[in-house]
Design a protein around this ligand. Structure first.
Ligand code: LLP
Length: 470
């Protein structure tokens, strides 16, 4: 469904913050685009409402209901271009950016990033199917995961995807599957580089005690196996974690990986051409977050890889990376309708919204922080400190603790920023809530990209055995 909405006059962005009494256009504009809390097209329109992609957010909620994920196409395309342009500028060899679709896998998102020339990193048959149906070439689909099933591996090979092999069991399974293939299956190896970074322990992956990838002490045995196998191993991969602000760990990857590249060629005659250094660049969720820009990150990893390969006298590899959050995180907001409130004297006021941990499980899982505004009163003064509670039967279902907002009333629209990554993709039906809808907005038009689930949808997979029927 596509709806044309009239585009009101552009005015100054004025967005409220919880840290400082007011964060306004001037302070936001001075930040580089990828460090924005807001989608690039966000502005306050002449009705004092938040507008994104030329669409009035309050009108969007009226049309599509809430909770509603609102994806700003311009922001997503811009982030893709920033990655591409930065590699063109800072890396002399070939490069390929893959979108880590675990951040948000759906047809429209894969189609947009695919049309920007990005490939896709997938971690399940479902994500492979989504990328393929979105029109992404299988030659640009890389399949990850630490326990891929036989069925998934078969599907990936038949589809022509590259498999990023995680462990011995998978390697041997692929070797036996290779015998049935007409051409040698294209694979890469995931190795644990032993690089630690500062992020939530659940999303660290590069340290030695990780469930992902081959341990460095297995490398000789793996290379020896590959040198006699029917698999076409094109290179190696490492991913060290997510929501990382430091540049040093990503700078160091090249130095670790080049040794393995060298070993593979010199001792085992394996001709590697691709090096995938994973994703992980963090984004700004709150004002105190200070991630490097996409360009700084690309410049750093490019220099790290280039220096390491030149020092070893090796040709530059095709450099792959697979960002998720830094591509899509800031491009989307979630709009909720405010319901009731509860004031606990001298302690806090809870304001409840019509979603919560089912559409955004990150606060309860990682204690993640978010910013929000009341989209129908953008310039109202911030007169109260409140806690935004979700509607789930769980005390921990708190979306934002202690945020400054204007006085709110039931029916007001609360918009939470930075919900593009790991929100829809980690959404659940907890408490049997239907999953929220998503729209993409661009140039004053909104288009549905994920339909809202209905109550009937919730029963779609249920079976009631005859003997249990009342
Ligand atoms: N490549 C691999 C192999 C990964 O495991 C991941 C993320 C990425 C790339 C993309 O990382 P990014 O650029 O998005 O940081 N649910 C957590 C994040 C889990 C990340 C899992 N792997 C969260 O909500 O913070």
């Amino acid at each position: 469904m596509t709806t044309a909405l009239s585009k009101p006059k552009q005015e100054t962005v004025s967005v409220n913050s919880t840290n400082s009494p007011q964060i306004n256009a001037a302070s936001l504009d001075s930040l580089s685009p990828n460090q924005q809390l807001l989608p690039l097209t966000a502005l306050v329109n002449s009705h004092d409402r938040l507008e994104i992609g030329g669409c009035d957010v309050v009108d969007l909620v009226q049309q599509y209901g809430s909770p509603l994920y609102i994806l700003d196409e311009v922001s997503l395309r811009t982030a893709c271009q920033q990655y591409r342009d930065a590699f063109a500028k800072h890396y002399q060899g070939q490069s390929q950016v893959l979108y880590a679709s675990k951040a948000w896998s759906c047809l429209a998102v894969c189609a947009i990033v695919g049309s920007e020339g990005l490939g896709i990193d997938v971690v399940s048959a479902g994500e492979i199917l989504t990328a393929l149906r979105a029109g992404v070439s299988p030659s640009l689909i890389y399949f990850h995961g630490n326990n891929k099933s036989l069925e998934e591996l078969t599907y990936a090979l038949e589809s022509g995807c590259t498999v990023v092999v995680d462990n011995w069991h998978e390697l041997k399974t692929l070797e036996s599957l290779a015998l049935e293939q007409t051409s040698k299956p294209r694979i890469m190896l995931r190795l644990t580089p032993g690089i630690e970074c500062h992020t939530h322990e659940y999303i660290q992956t590069g340290h030695i005690d990780s469930k992902f990838g081959f341990d460095p002490n297995e490398i000789d045995a793996v290379f020896a196996f590959l040198s006699k196998s029917s698999l076409n191993c094109v290179g190696i991969h490492a991913h060290i974690g997510s929501q990382i602000f430091e540049l040093q760990p990503h700078q160091d990857i090249g130095g670790v990986m080049v040794q393995w590249f060298k070993l593979a060629g010199e001792k085992y005659g394996l001709k590697f051409s691709e090096l995938n250094i994973g994703g992980g660049l963090g984004i700004r969720y709150v004002e105190s977050d200070d991630p490097p820009s996409i360009e700084e990150w690309v410049k750093t990893v490019s220099a790290g890889v280039t220096d390491a390969f030149v020092a070893e006298g090796l040709a530059l590899p095709k450099l792959l990376c697979e960002p998720g959050r830094s591509l899509i995180g800031s491009t989307c907001v979630t709009a909720y309708t405010i319901g009731g409130s509860k004031t606990v004297p001298d302690i806090r006021t809870y304001i409840t919204v019509d979603g919560g941990m089912s559409d955004n499980p990150r606060p309860i899982t990682y204690q993640s922080k978010y910013r929000a505004v009341v989209a129908n009163h953008m310039s109202a003064s911030l007169s109260q400190t409140v806690t935004i509670a979700g509607k789930h039967c769980e005390s921990g279902d708190i979306l934002i603790k202690d945020i400054q907002l204007p006085v709110t009333n039931p029916g007001d629209i609360l918009v939470v920023f930075g919900t593009g990554a790991y929100n829809y993709s980690m959404a659940s039906n907890y408490n049997r809530l239907p999953k929220a809808a998503a729209v993409v907005v661009e140039g004053g038009e909104s288009s549905l990209i994920v339909k809202r689930e209905t109550r009937e949808d919730l029963l779609r997979q249920d079976c009631l055995p005859e003997r249990l029927r009342q």
